[in-house]
Design a protein around this ligand. Sequence first.
Ligand SMILES: NC(=O)c1ccc[n+]([C@@H]2O[C@H](COP(=O)([O-])OP(=O)(O)OC[C@H]3O[C@@H](n4cnc5c(N)ncnc54)[C@H](OP(=O)(O)O)[C@@H]3O)[C@@H](O)[C@H]2O)c1
Length: 304
Amino acid sequence: MKLTRREFLELGAGASLAVTLGRGGGRRPAPDLITRKIPSSGEAVPVVGLGTRDYRADLSGDLTPFRRTLEAFARGGGTVVDTAPSYGNSEDVLGKLIGEIGIRKELFMATKVDRQGTEAGIRRMEDSLKALGTDHVDLMQVHNLRDWETQLSTLREWKKTGKIRYLGVTTSFSRQHAALVDVMRKETLDFIQVDYALDNRAAAERILPLARDRGMGVLVNLPFGRGRLFRAVGERPLPDWATGLGCTSWAQVFLKYVVSDPAVTCAIPGTTSPEHVTDNLGAARGSLPDPALRRRMEAFADEL
Ligand SMILES: NC(=O)c1ccc[n+]([C@@H]2O[C@H](COP(=O)([O-])OP(=O)(O)OC[C@H]3O[C@@H](n4cnc5c(N)ncnc54)[C@H](OP(=O)(O)O)[C@@H]3O)[C@@H](O)[C@H]2O)c1
């Protein structure tokens, strides 16, 4: 049995992901998700992805919450999954579950390299491929700019051989923003990854405009400030301007703000909850705030 993604979505939770997604032959964002093009290729990805910093678990234990989250993500049309070898054994957990569910071909897998020196970097990346159960990842990023000159030169070689499709660098620290700008000016990169959120807008000053000028895709980490924004709004009901935008949760407000910056390719909120991943994908549906509403959202956040 082979179903189209649309048929699969209509079938809902009871359908077998392995049958419908695993053998499909590639990524096709669900038609109702807002997508952005990766500047260096024109390939479109949904504007909301999944961060997996907390996918740490005993592989022989109960992986049900992680499995259900990945299934809900794929069923909702999500494709971009970000991980790293430094997130405990998250790559092992993802490799096992993605293989079992059968969604590798549907996903745009991004991971990172965080080693000093050529050989150590190569070993680290080979281990990531093995853990993820794949012969290539879509995006390899130099984690927190560590030894970026050395690692980028390996990544260019890996890109030629097809072990990676895109390369980039990451940070989530404002103290590294100036260094990131330097790297962006010097190097040709497919992607950068940076921290950006409604209450953490420093990246919008120089980094996001530079990414547009330089034709670089942008993944946004910490779009909720690791939960800080949820704590800031507390039990407040959604304001009229948020419901008017079609938001049904604060998560959607925070994500719609982030992805409405035209430089942003995809936000990667971290979650291990199937309900939250579905909620987050809801931010990639309907409309996005215009510049005037963005300013109103910023004023709201500044008052929190
Ligand atoms: N330097 C780097 O390269 C770097 C640094 C940091 C992060 N990252 C990447 O960016 C990703 C995102 O960062 P993060 O996970 O640290 O922080 P985050 O996305 O800002 O926030 C994650 C927190 O928000 C909660 N959450 C998620 N969706 C929610 C929803 N709909 N409603 C309520 N709560 C919700 C999560 O809890 P639940 O699990 O309960 O949903 C978790 O506590 C990471 O997973 C990682 O892939 C990269």
